[in-house]
Design a protein around this ligand. Sequence first.
Ligand SMILES: *Cc1c(COP(=O)(O)O)cnc(C)c1O
Length: 439
Amino acid sequence: MSSALHPALQTRPRYRAFTPRDLDGLLDRVSLPPAERLALRAVSAVLPFRTNSYVVDELIDWSVVPDDPVFRLTFPQSGMLPAHDLRRMADLLAQDAAAAEVRHAAHEIRMRLNPHPSGQLDANVPVHEGRRLTGLQHKYSETVLIFPRQGQTCHAYCTYCFRWPQFVGESELRIATDDIAATSAYLRAHPEVTSTLITGGDPLVMSTEVLRRYVEPLLAIDTVRSVRIGTKALAFWPYRFLTDRDADDLLRLFEKVVASGRHLALMAHFTHPRELRPPVVREAMRRVRDTGAVIRCQGPLVAGINDSAEAWAELWEETTALGAVPYYQFVERDTGPQGYFGVPLARGHAIFRDAYARVSGLARTVRGPVMSAMPGKVCVDGIAEVAGEKVFVLHLIQARDPELVDRPFFAAYDEGATWFTDLKPAFGAERFLPGLEVG
Ligand SMILES: *Cc1c(COP(=O)(O)O)cnc(C)c1O
């Protein structure tokens, strides 16, 4: 059983979300020129915006807004949209255009932002007895992703989120299921699946009661050896584990998974070391760890928020000090505001290497920078000179085709490349590996 609540937490902070309607009021805290405020409203009409009282009051340093990294993590910035799209939307808002017209323009702009990269909607959807299970993804043979219908929102949205289409506009862009029986049937028919990842959105926006309906059936399937929960709640709403009404029930549910003999991994999304500083986060992590769950931390490298070796070294060292395990450092995906947040692979690798070189071996469990691309999880191992040619050295950590896992390959060095599809095989070769094609 986890121990009693810290005395500082006798009060019960109430979760309060801020949405695009609240944006203007929140921006009253800073002095921005009117055109800039309009631009931020225009971005929030196209891309998701949601933050909350904890992020606003405890994480953001308003004295340095708009440069504050955590402000940039949840508030819109004008560079997030292509200039002509931004102007179009700002003009519509300035003219008080009809809601339908704004919606239509927002939809058109979204459709040009590659809303479903790497075949998300099609390539990974499993089929069971002739039916497509659209709330699951099964890309790597041993792991199935589950998107609970009630978990398709978050305590706050990250501006750089690659799943942004889950949170705006039309429901046909949403991946979700509440067919728990079909999920179980699929897992029973696929004993090669040893790991399940409940994701979203954020599954921890669901009440414990609803989460339990997704988790407990997994414990009846012997071949499922690990349950992962992908979440940003530790960073954005640590009270989920402390003082929310069903916080203790959540911890009991975690204990139940562990008692079943399975590995329970809380796949925690952390973006900046600032998120680890509040005592409530540390207390929340302690409570989660007391259940026997393992906290594994991951997040993307994003321009203007955490693109420095100092930030990553502190994040990994502090994660480790708090008993959690650094897992993946991701490359910003080729969708949404990638043009604004993306960091070229060459620079990204330099930041990774520099940070990795500064931390103890305990924190070098992290792998990266990793691109979750169509063929699999591509890791940039480094930059080398081979037979007089400067190349990227890469390997697949995970692959759709397991034959391709852990085989080094080479791409021609390109200082500006930001994604796998920008890369060409080195040495004039036609493909990276037999079975691993360009793009
Ligand atoms: C990253 C990912 C996984 C999990 O990969 P691990 O290396 O086991 O963490 C599973 N499915 C998809 C689609 C993924 O992108």
